[in-house]
Design a protein around this ligand. Sequence first.
Ligand SMILES: [Zn+2]
Length: 67
Amino acid sequence: MEEDCIFCKIIRREIPSSIVYENNDILAFNDINPQAPIHIIVIPKKHVESVLNADGEMVRKNIYSNK
Ligand SMILES: [Zn+2]
């Protein structure tokens, strides 16, 4: 857990956000400053330094599954 990480703060509810979906692995929320009419940010609950470090299998399971 990274104290100063904005995404971790959102997960801990230290920063208010408009959460649209949450499960054990990820949390999705509406972007505060949307660049499109619908702009949802999906973040892994396990802190990662960069999305490039994200667990690819976990991302696929959550983002591409529609069950
Ligand atoms: Zn973090």
